[in-house]
Design a protein around this ligand. Structure first.
Ligand SMILES: [Fe+2]
Ligand SMILES: [Fe+2]
Length: 254
């Protein structure tokens, strides 16, 4: 079964010529499952916001990012780091293109086999991203976005985030992913929607194990908290509205 699913993604290896993989897969996701399109944008924006604030106050955390051996390097590359963070997080769930029917099972518990299929999406996404020039460097963020910060939990178990030059971006992407999932009341079938305050408490419980230890302090800074509150309310509503408009315009053209 898993082999059958992994073959689906091969269809995306040959994207039409002149089309960028990132745009192509995003459009496919919009057509197949709009809530996943929305959450990809949400998580990309949340990650970028966290990255922006962290770069301003603690640029030393980005030492180790490719080409960054010092704080001076980080500051010189800060636009590149922000761009990378947004796009890598936008693409982190591309492996879901294989498993959308499985993830959105309503009204019954998932079977073990279905859980295994879901757990395959980071690796499948990473393989797809690695197969294309424009997205190759995003592969680690896809592969490691369900791994714990301390590499002692999550999946895939054989991926060690501490060895990745994109470790800091993984810390941000994991936080963005979990924050969006915890606070979303529309696109997910498995929760009731928590507040940002509730999510920060969750973050504190996992700080140093599941999450990077410095994350709660970053999120509790007034300017960061306010930006996030806006993104999780007005920002998310805007993304849903824009997605609706996009799908309407495609329908009208057809
Ligand atoms: Fe995921
Ligand atoms: Fe995600």
């Amino acid at each position: 079964m898993l082999e059958y699913y992994s073959r689906i993604i091969e269809r995306f290896i040959d994207v039409p010529s002149g089309v960028d993989l990132e745009d192509f897969v995003m459009q496919c996701i919009a057509a197949i499952h709009p809530p996943t399109y929305v959450l990809s944008h949400m998580e990309g924006q949340i990650s970028e916001c966290l990255c922006y604030h962290l770069l301003r106050t603690e640029p030393e955390r980005f030492i180790g990012f490719p080409g960054c051996d010092s704080v001076e390097d980080v500051l010189a590359k800060k636009d590149e780091i922000l761009h990378f963070t947004y796009h890598a997080t936008l693409c982190h769930d591309f492996g879901k293109i294989n498993i959308i029917d499985t993830i959105f099972v309503y009204g019954r518990k998932l079977l073990d086999m279905e859980f295994n299929i879901i757990r395959s999406h980071p690796v499948m996404g990473a393989e797809l991203l690695a197969a294309h020039q424009g997205t190759r460097t995003y592969a680690d963020v896809a592969r490691g976005h369900h791994r714990w910060h301390n590499d002692k939990g999550g999946y895939p178990e054989d991926f060690i985030t501490a060895n990745s030059p994109y470790k800091i971006i993984l810390d941000l992407a994991l936080c963005a992913d979990c924050m969006d999932a915890a606070t979303d009341m529309v696109g997910r079938s498995y929760n009731k929607g928590k507040t940002l305050h509730d999510y920060i408490n969750e973050l504190k419980e996992g700080a140093g194990t599941r999450y990077a230890a410095w994350l709660p302090e970053l999120l509790e800074r007034k300017e960061v908290y306010e930006d996030l509150e806006y993104m999780l309310t007005q920002g998310r509503a805007d993304i849903y509205r824009n997605t609706y408009k996009l799908l309407r315009s495609v329908q009208e053209k057809a």
